[in-house]
Write a protein that binds this ligand. Structure first.
Ligand code: TRP
Length: 315
C-alpha cells in the first residue's frame, strides 16, 4: 500500500499537469472529515438523495418491480453508514419482502458498525456483509441465479471520469444477468453557485479534507509540504457539468519528499488536480451506458430537482 502511494505521488507530482489520486483521501482523518462533509448544510447531495429514500420509498419498490414472493439479493456498493438505505430496508422488512441485504465495503470497520446498527434497528433483517473490492466481491455472486438489485449511491460514480465510468459499468453489466437492476444515485447538472458552495463550505471542512492529502504525504512519505502555502480551489463548468477540485500553491516553492529522495517545484498559482465530481442528465447517463446491457427503466428525483436515482436494467 505504501509503495503504491509512493509511486502515485511520484507520478502525479512529476506530471506536467500535477495531480494526486483521490483514493488516498481516505485515511482515518480523511474518513472522519468525509462524514463531516456529508452532514454540511451546503452539501445538498446527501439530503437530496435521503429525501428520495424517505419520501418515495414505496415508489422505489414499485419502480424496481419487486415482488413479495420472489427472492432477490440487494447488494450495496460502498455502503457507508446506511442512513439512506435504512429507509428502504425498513419498509421492505415491514412488508415482508423476501431478500438478503449484502453491503459491500472496503472498510471492515464501516461494515461492522453498519451491521451493529442494523441488528438493533431492524432485528429481523438478514444482513450479510462482504468486505473487499467491488468486483472481487461481485465475482462471488456469479453462481447465484437470483435476481439482483445493486445500489450505488451518493453520486460516487461521478468521481470517475466518463471513460472510467464506462468501463466500470461494462464490468458491472457483464457480471449481471437479464432483469438485474442498478439503482444509481447521481447529482444533476445545475447552476454553478449551488454546486460550488457544496465543494467549498464556509467552515473549510472540504478544504481540510483535500489538504489532508498533503498531510499524508508529510507523515507517510516524510514530505515537507507547508500546508498553509496551498489553497483549496474548486471549479465548476456548467456546460460540461463537471466539478473539479484543485490545491493551488500560493507561492513559488520546492517541496522535498524524503521517501522519494526527490524535490518537486511549484510555481506560484500552480495547481494540483485532485478529483472530479461529474454531474449528470439523461444524455450523459445514456452515453456512459452505451456499451453496456443497461437501459434506463425509470428515474426518481428529489423535490428541488437536484439529484436523481436512475434505475438501469439489464435487457
Ligand atoms: N461522490 C460525492 C461527490 O462527488 C462525494 C465526494 C467524493 C466528495 N469526494 C469528495 C465530496 C470530495 C466533497 C469532496 O460529491
Amino acid at each position: 500500500m505504501i509503495e503504491e502511494f509512493k509511486e502515485a505521488v511520484n507520478k502525479g507530482l512529476s506530471a506536467k499537469n500535477k495531480n494526486l489520486p483521490s483514493k488516498y483521501f481516505y485515511d482515518k482523518k480523511g474518513d472522519a472529515l468525509f462524514v463531516e462533509i456529508m452532514n454540511l448544510p451546503e452539501y445538498y447531495l446527501t439530503r437530496a438523495e435521503y429525501e428520495i429514500f424517505k419520501n418515495q420509498t414505496l415508489k422505489i419498490i414499485t419502480s424496481l418491480n419487486l415482488k413479495k414472493d420472489t427472492y432477490f439479493e440487494l447488494i450495496e456498493l460502498g455502503a457507508g453508514d446506511g442512513t439512506k438505505t435504512k429507509e428502504l430496508l425498513k419498509l421492505l422488512d415491514k412488508e415482508a419482502y423476501d431478500f438478503d441485504y449484502f453491503p459491500i465495503d472496503f472498510s471492515q470497520n464501516a461494515l461492522d458498525n453498519l451491521d451493529k446498527t442494523l441488528q438493533t434497528e431492524i432485528p429481523s433483517l438478514s444482513v450479510k456483509t462482504k468486505q473487499g473490492d467491488y468486483f472481487k466481491v461481485l465475482e462471488s455472486f456469479k453462481d447465484s441465479k437470483h435476481q439482483k438489485v445493486i445500489l450505488f449511491l451518493g453520486s460516487n460514480i461521478g468521481n470517475m471520469t466518463d471513460d472510467i465510468a464506462n468501463v466500470f459499468l461494462q464490468n458491472l453489466s457483464a457480471s449481471l444477468a437479464l432483469g438485474d437492476q442498478l439503482f444509481l444515485g447521481v447529482d444533476l447538472i445545475k447552476a454553478k453557485d449551488i454546486v460550488l458552495t457544496a465543494y467549498n463550505d464556509s467552515k473549510g471542512i472540504t478544504a481540510a479534507f483535500n489538504l489532508n492529502l498533503l498531510n499524508r504525504i508529510n507523515t507517510e512519505l516524510k514530505g515537507n509540504f507547508a500546508i498553509n502555502t496551498f489553497k483549496h480551489l474548486p471549479e465548476y463548468d456548467e456546460i460540461e457539468g463537471i466539478a473539479k477540485s484543485f490545491l493551488v500553491s500560493t507561492k513559488d516553492q520546492d517541496v522535498f519528499v524524503e521517501a522519494l529522495n526527490k524535490s518537486f517545484h511549484f510555481y506560484k498559482d500552480e495547481k494540483i488536480h485532485l478529483e472530479v465530481s461529474r454531474k449528470y442528465n439523461d444524455d450523459i447517463i445514456n452515453s456512459i451506458i452505451a456499451k453496456t446491457k443497461f437501459k434506463i427503466s425509470d428515474k426518481l428525483t428529489d423535490s428541488n430537482n437536484y439529484f436523481s436515482n436512475y434505475i438501469l436494467k439489464i435487457v
